[in-house]
Design a protein around this ligand. Sequence first.
Ligand code: MN
Length: 128
Amino acid sequence: MVTRILYVEDNPLNMRLVRKILKSLGYEMFEAIDGLSGVDLAINEQPNIILMDINLPDIDGIEATTRLKQEDSTRNIPIIALTANAMHGDKERFLEAGCDGYLAKPVSKLELQNTIAIFLDARHNIAV
Ligand code: MN
């Protein structure tokens, strides 16, 4: 089964970079350009992994993560925060919201590939 990944990101350049990486790795990608549509898309599509930007035009990535972790149908989907904000405390705020991992932008192909593989393996091990 093809791995399905949702990326919530309002910056077209970041979206394009990650789209290129995910396509080259053979993943199916879903895209949302704001927090609310990201939450809806996650509930409707049930992706295997969610990549989450922090600064979004409506609710931010932390609020979106909080909502997804409160929702029964999405609480077990790993959420990896992708943010350029290296500000002190951001990582902590994300982890507090229930985020499962954290990557600094711009992400490299190898970084993204490795992080996704770790979460897919974790799910596989639980299932088996
Ligand atoms: Mn943004």
